[in-house]
Design a protein around this ligand. Sequence first.
Ligand code: ADP
Length: 213
Amino acid sequence: MVSTIELNKRQEQILQIVKENGPITGEHIAEQLNLTRATLRPDLAILTMSGFLEARPRVGYFYTGKTGNQLLADKLKKLQVKDFQSIPVVINENVSVYDAICTMFLEDVGTLFVVDRDAVLVGVLSRKDLLRASIGQQELASIPVHIIMTRMPNIAVCRRDDYVMDIAKFLIEKQIDALPVIKDTDKGFEVIGRFTKTNMTKILVSLSENEII
Ligand code: ADP
């Protein structure tokens, strides 16, 4: 079984004591280990923060009974887009396909978001959109991107407070690589970020390296 949290020896001992005696106060755990309450405080904090133990005021600590997998799932479910999003690359709808291709290379992204002159989201351009437009075309410098982009209202978007696991499912379902993170305005959607499959991959690596509590 995968456990994302590696406990040290003392934390394992605490867990064992609480499993057998819980609910039990911090004071009593300390007594059993011949340590002071203050010495135990960091370990108890880690065990409660990571979800192995729960603390109830005036009752003490008790064991949640959750496995490493359940704790990992709990953690994942709480992560929000705002903490992992990237900077969006945005171009105007009148920019040429040629310039969009240059921007994609220069900015090193796979998806460009297209906006009108009010900075409102009107479309999305993927690598394949630009490749498709390039096949057999000589006039890339004179075709504006709004001719070839995927346009509103068919753009899938997300918001800062969305949960990353919902967005991950959405990316799979829609078979796309990226979503604009948007803010609602009177005129439409303002693009404030970018959430991609790469962001999801980074979350996975951070979790395995215990960088996300
Ligand atoms: P690629 O085409 O480079 O593999 P995607 O899978 O992201 O990249 O894009 C597939 C198609 O979906 C493209 O035509 C693209 O315009 C469109 N698309 C990409 N992102 C979105 C989005 N957020 N909402 C709607 N359509 C999108």
